[in-house]
Design a protein around this ligand. Sequence first.
Ligand code: TRP
Ligand code: ZN
Length: 864
Amino acid sequence: MLDIKVAAANPPVIRREDYREPDWLVPDVRLAFILDPAKTRVSARLSVTRNGTHARPIRLNGDGLAPGAVRVDGAPDAGWHMDGADLIIDLAGDTHVIETEVEIAPEANSQLMGLYASGGMLCTQCEPEGFRRITFFPDRPDVLSRYSVRMEADKARFPVLLSNGDLVESGDLGEGRHFAEWADPFLKPTYLFALVAADLAANVDSFTTMSGRSVKLAIWVAPADLPKTDHAMAALKASMAWDEHVYGREYDLGEFNIVAVADFNFGAMENKSLNIFNSRYILADPDTATDADFDAVAGVVAHEYFHNWSGNRVTCRDWFQLSLKEGFTVFRDQCFSADQGSPAVKRIEDVRGLRAAQFPEDAGPLAHPIRPESYIEISNFYTATVYNKGAEVIRMLHTLLGAQRFRAGSDLYFARHDGTAATCEDFVRAMEEATGEDLSQFRLWYRQSGTPRVKASLRHDPASERAHLTLEQTIPPTPGQPDKQPMPIPLRIALFGERSGGMFGEEQLVLLGENHREVVFDGISERPILSINRGFSAPVTVDSDRSAADLAFLSAHDDDPFARYEAMQQLMVDTMVAAISTGKADHRPVIDAIRRTLTDPALDAAFIGEAVLLPSEAFVGDQMLVVDPQAIHDAREALRHDIGVGMEQAWRDAYDRCRANRFEHTPQAKGSRRLRTIALGYLIASGASDGASLAKAQFDDADNMTDRQGALGLLTNIAVPETDAALAVFYNRYRDNGLVLDKWFTAQALSARADTMDRVEELARHPDFTLTNPNRLRSLVGALSANQFIFHDRSGRGYRFLADMVMQIDALNPQTAAKLVPPLGRWRRFGEDRATLMRTELERILARPNLSKDVFEQVSKSLG
Ligand code: TRP
Ligand code: ZN
């Protein structure tokens, strides 16, 4: 008993430097499942071979498993023993056959890792270490095996039996039971194993690959949901074609299955030829999904499909290399989505996401490099840093090398490492060898955490017609990394003439590889204005001495759409920060810039929508030394009010202009919907007397979820009779649709109204709230902690609520509980009173007995 407690309080730390090759390999594995929600029998037959010369036993990882029988080479084994949850067997020779049997209870599996039940079906989630909850096995990504899988189940209850690879055989067994056998010809690690037993229907289609092979595509959902799968199917086919065109990568099996499940810890999972998805990233139709939902479906479908090469054919040697597959695959799905729609808007969305999730992570107690050095629980490292900063690092390589040379590098990487488990170093080396580029300093991006700051100042000498740009980089200290080396930072830079409005020469790619660098520009005949980090060419923060007038100039004249958006954002942030620190607000420049953007005929609605949107309260907070949620909220609301009042007619015009008669799924219509709700938001902010009724009318008349949810979000923010009426209508209409009901919870949790905390606590007692569905949890608890103004209420109620939730959820689903912790870990960014309250809640969690190592790691590091 005492031992268990000590182990829980001091879970072992796994270090990258301790990596050792596996002692034993498992070239072949045969699994047999007798499936039943209450009691599933798993028989495993492993052909094992000793790896190298050593006398060590084989360690088969287990998690909550009790070995029913252990046989070696067909005979019952007497020599096995348990080490904690793992099964250890001494083996005399170099090759053996090990057979084990276990019983598991999928319906009792609330962690949603391993084999579990969701909505009447059985499915698996094995990444990163879920396979050990199914059977004893060396559960690490560098053990690659050929799988064959036999499944038996009740035919009426589970007519569909799926696993990886090709269907080899299937048939009836009598007494209402049937079986299916699947074989996957590709080597794969445990984390890519999957099976599904379900009563589902499929949207079936096909794709002909570049070499002319026909692939059968199937998306499996409840029969009633079939009409909502067309968008995912179109995205799948587009992804398959895109990977052929852009990377020369072809699909490699006869079929590709996707299954949608309601209870899922993450977005989706790239299991070989059997992707399993959180249903929110599959199901979409105009009545239930917003335009953003549609885009997310396409993006995640593409992401998981792209993993077939960047993840499956070439996998990760160990979990420290996670960004090898995730960073690269996010970069690939970002480029795909950019090619399918508006590259400028996609880039803006991705950078906004990076700043909202990754920058705070990099600035807090959980900061880690994209290739971490250590972990307690690897599930905690599926982070915005590994995924999104990881993608930015790959994007920088793409920028530095150019598209063609980058492709040569990726070709070499895939050719060289196909069928193996590789490292981030392997990837960089392939890029180096294919291009002849020296990437030694670039490797720092894999090792150093923290968001670099670049200070840029531009000096003009009219006499010599020269401009001097001084660039300085500093990288803040992060946990375990007090001192940093300068990183290579690729900055796309251009200078514009203040008077002429034109660009001097061409855009330049400046590589800032030292602490300090000067760049001289010749032929600068008039005062230049600096456009820097165009397209967000590096994941850094730029501090420049550009005035409000310069930023306003760029917001009107820069030819790089991202830079234009960025100038606008900077102008808005500077305006709010100045208002907060000086108490004096000059809103004029922002209003003028918004007016110019809104009425610029050269711009499309989607871009305008992004550009006129104020940065979030959280983002403003990130720019301040000490976050003052109340002051930020007040400053932002005051600015919103003035933008609304100052341009009321312009917003009305924009609102009317963007009014569509009938839903259309085109980029233009999408942009119009976006701008329409933003315009309505400013109208409401102006205090216009018809604001609420316009919103209610939009809500009532909407023929699509984008308009409906947009109006609902605006209404829940204000205290008017229309709010509760709309919430009731929405609830009654969608009470049976879990994904839409999530939006109902979220809209209320995101409200800035004074009674929001009361509502949230009430909603946590609502019959439709449940701790067992991660989407529902995030829709309320995740949304609340994203609501800076309410979550950080000085009473500490938000903190207490979150801590209570974390503790309750931890008992059921540690992975999901741990993901809710980071907002409490940001206490250093707040004033004394709030910091104390936040720490108190973290300590309360830490004191709880039987904490999972997932939550233990997040909380103990957060207290730091
Ligand atoms: N590899 C998955 C992806 O990014 C991530 C994933 C799916 C995951 N399910 C998970 C990560 C469960 C941790 C736990 O595509
Ligand atoms: Zn992924």
